[in-house]
Design a binder for this molecule. Structure first.
Ligand code: KG4
Ligand code: ZN
Length: 339
């Protein structure tokens, strides 16, 4: 069997990620440049700045992963890149680079759905889950529960009706005066507080379906902040907010496992790095003789490795999403269950 090198490129938001995945050696090289410092002064991602920074970083990162893997451009067999969803301008940088390189090398380019990258990323670990499994996707832009039966076979079980979990973390952190991106800062502050001293709602906990809603939680935090908080109360509110989000994510994940009669849960996306969420899921799944799988911490947030891996899986399964014919087109909005 011929051996394969797949280059992965991620540029959908504020990380430029490149990686080389080899179908027998696994993930051989990966490099990420985060734009957090660039956007921090604005309290959020500025799309135009993001695109420009991707332009600056992509070629040096590409050279870096080639050097790390010790291969030449001509050794690359296929190029996988994030074609959506995400910021249009940012996506276009990765798409233009990927399709042009593929054209010049005479190799296929594989457009990849960003969330597919996230949800397959736990399969990159040493002890991966097996199909079928339930995936909880919790990122800055999405909160979804999916049944994953095979590469490209995804069934939506439930999703957020408004803010994503990561977005709720980020907006609440902003209300508490924490820097961008707020999720990790809020989680750190929560460690100094006690949940339950201040009370927040658990939105849609008893809704009977697998959907989520987080925007009301943010409003409840705003009301508490407006009443005035001392340092201790600020930490207590952070702890209660985190607990409320985790309570809902855990309850709905367990309900999704019951409904599908599966016992493997995969957690992917930036909020999957949250320690409280991990601790609670570990306990709950262990009690039910199930298992929960996470990507390696470095692969929780956006990266090129998960895109290269998704490309490799699609090639192996013969299910390329579409042939791009080297057209440079992106899909800023792209529902995952339409793949
Ligand atoms: O998947 P990701 O890197 O980018 C998107 O595709 O959105 O997720 C980023 C999100 C941000 O909202 C960030 O605040 C959140 O993940 N996040 C966390 C933690 N680490 C990152 N949220 C809660 N706790 C964390 N430890
Ligand atoms: Zn992401």
């Amino acid at each position: 069997m011929r051996r394969m090198w797949i280059l992965g490129i991620e540029s959908s938001c504020d990380e430029t990620g490149l990686a080389l995945y080899h179908d027998q050696r696994g993930l051989v090289a990966h490099a990420v440049h985060s734009q957090i410092d660039l956007h921090q002064a604005y309290g959020g991602v500025v799309p135009e700045l993001a695109s420009r920074d991707h332009v600056r970083r992509i070629v040096p990162l590409y050279r870096q992963v080639l050097a790390e893997a010790g291969i030449a451009a001509g050794d690359i067999d296929a190029i996988a890149y994030t074609a959506g969803p995400g910021l249009a301008g940012a996506l276009l940088v990765g798409a233009a680079f990927a399709e042009s390189l593929a054209f010049s090398l005479g190799r296929p380019a594989i457009p990849i759905h960003h969330l597919e990258g996230h949800l397959l990323s736990p399969l990159l670990s040493a002890d991966p889950p097996t199909y079928p499994f339930v995936a909880l996707l919790v990122s800055g832009g999405h909160t979804q529960l999916m049944r994953v039966s095979a590469v490209g076979d995804y069934e939506m079980l439930g999703e957020t009706l408004d803010d994503a979990a990561g977005e709720a973390f980020d907006k609440t952190a902003k209300l508490l005066g924490l820097p961008y991106p707020g999720g990790p800062h809020l989680a750190a502050l929560a460690q100094q507080g006690t949940p339950g001293r201040l009370k927040l709602p658990r939105p849609m906990l008893g809704s009977g379906d697998l959907d989520f809603s987080f925007s009301g939680l943010k409003t409840a935090v705003l009301n508490a902040v407006n009443k005035g908080l001392d340092e201790a109360a600020r930490a207590d509110l952070a702890a209660e907010f985190q607990e409320a989000v985790v309570d809902v994510l855990v309850a709905k994940s367990l309900a999704a496992l019951r409904q599908t009669r599966l016992n493997q849960l995969v957690v992917a996306g930036g909020v999957g790095a949250n320690r409280r969420l991990r601790a609670r899921l570990d306990v709950e799944l262990a009690q039910r003789k199930g298992r929960v799988f996470y990507p390696e911490l470095a692969l929780c947030t956006d990266n090129g490795a998960m895109i290269a891996f998704a490309g490799a899986q699609r090639l192996a399964a013969g299910v390329a999403a579409s042939s791009s014919q080297h057209a440079i087109a992106v899909r800023p909005r792209w529902p995952l269950d339409t793949l």
